[in-house]
Design a protein around this ligand. Structure first.
Ligand code: NAI
Ligand code: MG
Length: 479
């Protein structure tokens, strides 16, 4: 329990200049879409923030044409050095306007300001800086001979890290000489539209970046458009599979970054307090809306009750509430639909016989909220051990031997990430070798860096983003 209360420390909204409505960003300008509008709300208060256009097939077509013209006439002819200059410029503007982006991200998404301020936005800028550095060195990036862009790339991103996913997608695409049509998620379109302003401010040639807002049908129009050469998608496994089916037999390339059900594995020789911090960061960071979240805690049986009691004590101190308060640890659930999914899966966990606990904190009366929750007595067949909950919910399982930990960790259709907590270096190496996961963290969790590739096995998708590897899907090589 907290020993003292924190006074409210709200970040000011004044830095954000919200318009009441936004058009689509096509060929370097904001234009009226031909479809109807939809509203983006703050999930913490249900306040309507702005009205946004739902891009139709015709709007997507206009965006793809603009991207094609920009590709053939300007961007593919420009030297890597000059492309890099634009990327550096964008990166610097993102740093200069970081507070504005962080506040807008927390408003539109519901995530705590300390995360948008210290993680999402600085990392987004870092991805532009990192890829800017590659733009004139692609020949030396071991991508193969004669690396060249595909052309027009369609990019569809989710709502959990709106600006960061935009940066993961746009920075490598532009560095390698492609042009882009990007669709942000329907619940979090506002920072992408602010990024469109940054493109104007950076004098990026019109049509190199196009932003179309909308929901599934707009995304589908991008996937199906004949003028798209490559797709990059981050989101649910269901939509990822649909995209893979839609492009089979076409010349379109795709990278898919899908779900996860990561094991965070704690051995009896781990420093328990540090492991508890890692467990908390692993599943309660960003309300658990994280594809690589450590949503399954595998704890060695001999220390299970000790870890459990220290974890619950720690969760009692988490501050849940106003995303714009600088002391907030856990913000709002991104949407009513996502809250409904979390409720349905946690109800299923109880129904299947697992024991439910939450930290009992007070929740605001408006908006979408879910208390930090822990399930113990979870078995491998429970839905809460198999399915991605994508919320602040931890499922605890136990093991006795390292072999059993590996077998349980790998017993999932996913394979995006994993964590290992132990004093023993040789065990870390052995475990990392056995775990079928794209990223394995040792004595830490949820560490991200633009220089490090990220991606999954199995139903977590294919392709890598970040690092030199993240350039590969954006080029073709050979004669
Ligand atoms: P979603 O996959 O529907 O949404 C992701 C993006 O895909 C959004 O921009 C959406 O508009 C777009 N989209 C939706 N239908 C499409 C279609 N037919 N064609 C092209 N684009 C389409 O994910 P949703 O429904 O918001 O979340 C459902 C679950 O997916 C979550 O509970 C979570 O388990 C998982 N998820 C995983 C993410 C990750 O980072 N791996 C991100 C978001 C959701
Ligand atoms: Mg919103």
């Amino acid at each position: 329990m907290p020993t003292f209360e924190y006074a409210p420390a709200p970040e000011s909204r004044a830095v954000v200049d919200l318009q009441s409505s936004y058009g689509l960003f096509i060929n370097g300008e904001f234009v009226d879409g031909s479809g109807t509008g939809f509203k983006s709300i703050s999930p913490a208060t249900e306040e309507v923030l702005a009205e946004v256009s739902e891009a139709t097939d015709a709007d997507v077509d206009a965006a793809v044409r603009a991207a094609r013209t920009a590709y053939t006439r300007v961007w593919s002819r420009m030297s890597g050095t000059d492309r890099g200059k634009y990327l550096y410029r964008i990166a610097r503007i993102l740093q200069e306007r970081a507070r504005e982006f962080a506040v807008l991200e927390s408003l539109d998404n519901g995530k705590p300001i300390k995360e948008s301020r210290d993680i999402d936005i600085p990392l987004a800028a870092a991805h532009f800086f990192y890829n800017a550095g590659w733009a004139d060195k692609l020949e030396y990036a071991s991508l193969g001979t004669n690396p060249r862009p595909h052309g027009v790339v369609g990019q569809i991103i989710p709502w959990n890290f709106p600006m960061l996913m935009l940066a993961w997608k746009i920075a490598p695409a532009l560095a390698t000489g492609n042009t882009v049509v990007l669709k942000p998620a329907e619940t979090t379109p506002l920072t992408a539209l602010l990024f469109a302003e940054v493109c104007q401010q950076a004098d990026l040639p019109p049509g190199v970046v196009n932003i179309v807002t909308g929901a599934g049908p707009t995304g589908q129009a991008i996937v199906d458009h004949a003028g798209i050469d490559k797709l990059a998608f981050t989101g649910s496994t269901g939509v990822g599979k649909m995209i893979a089916r839609a492009i089979s037999g076409t010349r379109k390339k795709a990278t898919l970054e899908l779900g996860g059900k990561a094991a965070n594995i704690v051995f009896d020789d781990a420093p328990i307090d540090q492991a508890v911090e890692g467990i908390v960061n692993g599943i309660f960071f960003n309300q658990g809306h994280v594809c690589c979240a450590g949503s399954r805690l595998l704890v060695q049986e001999s220390i299970a009750s000790e870890v459990e009691s220290r974890l619950k004590r720690r969760l009692g101190t988490l501050r849940v509430g106003d995303p714009l308060d600088k002391n907030t640890d856990v913000g709002a659930i991104n949407s009513r639909a996502q809250l409904d999914r979390i409720v349905a899966l946690t109800d299923a966990g109880e129904g299947e016989g697992a024991t439910r606990w939450d930290n009992g904190c007070e929740l605001p009366s408006k908006g979408f909220w879910f208390r930090p929750t822990v399930f113990t007595g979870v078995t491998q067949t429970h839905r809460i051990a198999q399915e991605e909950i994508f919320g602040p919910v931890l499922s605890v399982l136990t093991f006795r031997t390292p072999q059993e930990a590996v077998a349980k960790a790998n017993n999932t259709p996913y394979g995006l990430s994993a964590g290992i907590w132990t004093e023993k270096g040789s065990r870390i190496l052995w475990m990392a070798d056995q775990l079928k996961a794209g990223v394995v963290w040792a004595n830490t969790f949820n560490q991200f860096d633009p220089t490090s590739p990220f991606g999954g096995y199995k139903e977590s998708g294919y392709g890598r983003e970040g690092g030199r590897h993240g350039l590969e899907p954006y080029v073709k090589t050979g004669a």
